[in-house]
Write a protein that binds this ligand. Structure first.
Ligand code: AMP
Length: 546
């Protein structure tokens, strides 16, 4: 081989920040803060505060490769944490506060987080599991001294409690980001498995930088210095789809909604900041459109909306484009794919097609961005044709696709490809469309519910002989779980009792709102419940629910 003679310049998260601060230093990061007021700071100021924060991490004893947890909304402070933790060589572990406390404690212990940065909102959640946290030495509350809670609000916590702004104020802005190996881990996100504990996806500096470049390509979610992007997708969901990196890399301003995710709050922040791009799951856009319809409010600056995480309904794509003149960009991805995999943009050759063809195409999950390869695997693992008809499991590979799970032996890869658990077809234009899922999971409002976990829990109740859970379409949430129960012979099952029982072990939104009592469940040849038959029965509207 004749080796190329170019520099081996490592792709590091700190390089994004320093580029952003030096080149686009005056661009704004505006936050609707957890304390209430809207606060704005520049990218340059964010870099100064991130360097101070890196010094704080040193004082707290954080070393290279240590996991540092965040439990926070989308805010400027959370962006500072992304850059400071990764930049210093530690691993930014973003925690999802919507999980049941038992899963929350499991994840903190599994990641061995020594330091946790939390918003004021989540103190009760920490208090609920405080005695179980094995490794935690420091909790830093993301606020100023005036809003600091009494440490007793954190329950029986063995860790020391600190105030974020007080720690920052005590440190110098002078900090030199270390030269790291670009393959070093920079961030960690847990994702739900079909059953059992969540699994950790460990991103590298290299994968994160390449993903940010891929994300902001013209054919994906183009980002320019003139843009202001509002990630509604939480920073605890696949690093807000990588937007905090892509925005700073390109000098796009950011509008960060804190806990204000309803239509009225989002509209106000968009208008205040001149938001031109926003990104989130369909449930959020459902709420925003309903608010616009009810109030007549509009966001004149808004040019594009990225819809992902769940299938974008056609009415939503059409509504944004035709009613509001906003380009809707439908995208597909997963925690394991950083997340961007495919984007549905219209080929120039389709520019003049009728509305039916146009939205049929845009409703598909789209074409791969450079850096992501797609393949369809048939039952025997062999590649299926891209003819828009052959249906198989979607397999992906590329530099920002996971090759393993944190502290889990073995590899999920099959022949070097990551099996997504999504069932899809790909048409000759290379548009991929998801038609089903092999994983027995339900996605509701962008969050996962494990059918198997709910079934196992239900079957632990004495009133239940058999249980099966299916996901059914829901206008607002995308999908909701429906629980089918065969009552035990000696007792009648009472839906309210069952719901109360499930609520003891599930997050509130994971509890099925509808429970159907049946004499028997349809079984397949191997004795497993035939969920396809249940879905058909549900669609035909055959059941009374409780
Ligand atoms: P997560 O790892 O929580 O981000 O979830 C990833 C999964 O969400 C994918 O494997 C799909 O099942 C689903 N998903 C993501 N985006 C879409 C989309 N645009 N359409 C349909 N399903 C999607």
């Amino acid at each position: 081989m004749l080796t190329g003679q170019m520099m081996d310049w490592p792709l590091l998260v700190s390089a994004i920040l320093e580029h952003g601060a030096g080149t686009f230093g005056d661009r704004p990061i505006t936050t609707r803060s957890v304390e209430g007021p809207v606060v704005s700071q520049t990218i340059a100021r964010t870099a100064v505060r991130a360097r101070r924060l890196a010094n704080v991490l040193r004082v707290l004893g954080v070393e290279r490769a240590d996991r540092v947890a965040t439990l926070a909304w989308n805010t400027h402070r959370h962006v500072e944490l992304y850059y400071a933790i990764s930049g210093a060589g530690a691993v930014c572990h973003t925690m999802n506060p919507r999980l049941h406390p038992s899963q929350f404690a499991y994840i903190l212990n599994h990641a061995e987080d020594g330091v946790l940065f939390t918003d004021l909102t989540f103190l009760k959640l920490i208090a609920a599991v405080a005695p179980q946290l094995e490794h935690l030495r420091h909790v830093v509350v993301l606020t100023d001294p005036a809003h600091m809670p009494d440490p007793s609000e954190l329950g029986e916590l063995r860790a020391q409690v600190h105030c974020y702004e007080a720690l920052l104020a005590a440190e110098s802005d002078r900090y030199v980001w270390p030269d790291l190996d670009e393959r070093a881990a920079c961030a960690l996100c847990y994702t739900s498995g079909t059953t059992g504990h969540p699994k950790g996806v460990l991103y590298s500096h290299r994968s994160t930088v390449l993903h940010a470049m891929g994300f902001s390509l013209p054919g994906a979610v183009p980002l320019a210095e003139s843009d202001v992007i509002l990630p509604v997708v939480p920073q605890f969901h696949v690093l807000a789809w990588g937007i905090p990196y892509a925005a700073v890399m390109n000098g796009a301003g950011m509008a960060l909604p804190g806990p204000g995710l309803d239509g009225a709050s989002l509209t106000a922040l968009m208008n205040q900041t001149g938001t031109s791009v926003a990104a989130g799951v369909p449930t959020v856009w459902h709420g925003l459109m309903a608010h616009w319809q009810q109030t007549g409010e509009r966001v004149p600056s808004l040019e594009r909306i990225v819809i992902g995480g769940s299938a974008a309904p056609r009415a939503m794509l059409q509504g944004f484009e035709e009613t509001y003149g906003i380009r809707a960009i439908h995208a597909w991805g997963m925690t394991e794919t950083s997340p961007l995999g495919t984007v549905s943009t219209l080929k120039p050759s389709l520019a003049g097609v009728d509305a039916e063809t146009r939205y049929a195409k845009l409703q598909k999950q789209g074409r791969p961005v450079f850096g992501v390869e797609l393949r369809l695997a048939g039952g025997d693992g062999a590649a299926l044709p891209h003819d828009g008809k052959a249906v198989g499991e979607l397999m992906v590979r590329g530099p920002w696709i996971a090759a393993g799970y944190f502290k889990q032996p073995g590899s999920p890869l099959q022949d070097g490809w990551f099996p997504t658990g999504d069932v899809a077809h790909i048409d000759p234009d290379r548009y991929m469309a998801i038609v089903d899922r092999t994983k027995d999971l339900i996605k509701s409002g962008g969050e996962w519910i494990s059918s198997i976990d709910v079934e196992n829990l239900a079957m632990a109740h004495p009133q239940v002989a058999m249980a099966a859970v299916i996901g059914v379409p829901d206008d607002k949430w995308g999908e909701r779980p429906v629980l089918y129960v065969v009552p035990s012979v000696e007792r009648d099952a009472d839906p309210d009792t069952l719901r109360a029982f499930l609520a003891e072990n599930l997050a509130r939104w994971q509890v099925p709102d509808r429970i159907v009592l049946v004499d028997a469940l349809p079984l397949g040849a191997t004795g497993k419940v035939k969920k396809s038959a249940l879905r058909e029965q549900w669609a035909a509207g055959h059941h009374a629910t409780g």
